[in-house]
Design a protein around this ligand. Structure first.
Ligand SMILES: C[S@@+](CC[C@H](N)C(=O)[O-])C[C@H]1O[C@@H](n2cnc3c(N)ncnc32)[C@H](O)[C@@H]1O
Length: 411
């Protein structure tokens, strides 16, 4: 007798096997893959099917029959509703193990690359680390009562898989300064709403205080300073900067490490974070950044951190790599000793072929998405590179996100 595939609304019993990138646990039912949010590996449960696709289903826990040792009570009251965190129900050790699995799985399954060595995940402080955030604002009518009533707002983060805003008074992953920013935005809005069309503000905390963009009320806006070791960086809320400042020093060490040489290229350089450190190790460094505001800050940071041998270029990485590779052929230029690339979540598809063609002795790929990383690594491997090191850093505790640094050399 053939088993019927479960349909939406059915309740089935499953045992979860492992975590999948995205933060759901994976179970199998009669060969069908079932993703279960807020479950941990090795748990037996009854789940109700909430979504049915050709190759997989998704279900929500109706009853937990056997609880994993790694399960814990989530510290945040909004967990499960707020879309910010996916893993608070798991011990921190289990989160790190899951993230090592995400990276390994992507490299193997998407990149088709065999990496038989361990993938250590460097831990972070678990809470109070996040120094950049986008606060969502939703008007929800007016106070009931006589007269027009005061406008009411929900201020916080998007709910999981929806555009509804989860009203958050305190977020345990934010730095103290960003929690203050959240409270200050709330107070300002309730006193006098900035604009009914303003649905989000960017917030960043630095070494002291916070900054909001766009400017609202009398809240601090504009650039702020972040001190990393001896160096000081100007950053702005709307411009990319690493959001876990407690791990930046470790990240820089992992990326720049003990390498040295003539020329290093820092593609997708942001405000020049790696560029400054590379300038202490190489005779000449070029940082490439397409965003005008980040480029402007990078130029300032190179000067203020005394890196005269480094320059920032306001260009897309793909354009820079294509031009360099052409000039190399025409003028017989030597390849750089090192190319660092740290693209956004979408990866470096537009640049990666030219990056591979340049033939740098070493490439360090820094990524916050193992799936696009694995796709791009495949291109580099096909161009003659081999993976030398794969290191992960937990820049984003309580979420499914993970930062990976892959060091490659020519075969
Ligand atoms: C993940 S951030 C890395 C920034 C920097 N490495 C750091 O650690 O602070 C990616 C950066 O790439 C920039 N960017 C996005 N697309 C780009 C492109 N096609 N070419 C160059 N830079 C790009 C973004 O503006 C952002 O600053």
């Amino acid at each position: 007798m053939t088993q019927q595939r479960p349909i939406v609304g059915d309740v089935i019993e499953v045992t979860t096997e492992k975590m999948a990138y995205g933060g759901d646990a994976v179970a199998r039912h009669e060969g069908l893959v079932v993703f279960v949010p807020f479950a941990a590996p090795g748990e037996r449960m009854r789940v109700q099917i909430t979504e049915q696709k050709r190759n997989f289903a998704r279900g929500s826990i109706v009853e937990l029959l056997e609880r994993a040792d790694d399960r814990r009570d989530p510290p945040c009251e909004h967990f499960g509703i707020c879309g910010g965190c996916q893993l608070q129900h798991m011990s921190y050790a289990a989160q790190l193990e899951a993230k090592s699995g995400f990276v390994r799985d992507a490299i193997q399954r998407i990149g088709g690359i065999d990496w038989p060595h361990p993938i250590p995940v460097q831990p972070s402080v678990e809470f109070g680390y996040r120094s950049r955030a986008q606060f969502k604002i939703k008007s929800v009518g007016r106070d009931a009562g006589d007269g027009p009533g005061a406008p009411q707002f929900r201020i916080g983060f998007n709910q999981a898989s929806s555009n509804s805003v989860c009203d958050v008074m305190f977020c345990p992953v934010l730095t103290n300064d960003l929690n203050e920013a959240l409270a200050a935005v709330r107070e300002t809005f309730h006193k006098r709403p900035a604009s009914p069309r303003l649905h989000e503000v960017e917030a960043a905390s630095g070494s002291a205080g916070f900054s909001i963009q766009p400017a609202i009320g009398a809240l601090p806006s504009g650039s702020i300073e972040v001190a990393i070791g001896e160096d000081k960086y100007r950053i702005e809320p709307g411009v990319f900067f690493q959001s876990n400042q407690s791990m930046i020093q470790q990240l820089i060490e992992t990326v720049a490490g003990s390498c040295k040489g003539e020329l290093a290229i820092d593609l997708y350089c942001g405000v020049g974070l790696f560029t400054v450190s590379l300038a202490r190790r190489f005779s000449r460094v070029i940082g490439v950044e397409s965003d005008a505001a980040a480029f402007r800050l990078a130029r300032k940071n190179l000067v203020s951190n005394n890196a005269p041998n480094a320059e920032a270029v306001n260009q897309s990485a793909e354009e820079w790599a294509r031009n360099f590779s052409r000039r190399q052929t025409r003028r017989n230029l030597s390849p750089p000793g090192l190319i660092v690339l740290d693209p956004p979540r979408t990866g470096a598809a537009a640049a990666i072929h030219d990056v591979g063609a340049i033939g740098a002795a070493a490439i360090t790929y820094v990524s916050c998405d193992p799936t696009t990383l694995a796709r791009d690594l495949r291109v580099l491997v096909d161009r003659g590179y081999k993976l030398d090191e794969v290191i992960a850093l937990d820049l984003f505790p309580q979420t499914y996100h993970v930062e990976t640094v892959v060091k490659l050399g020519l075969r």
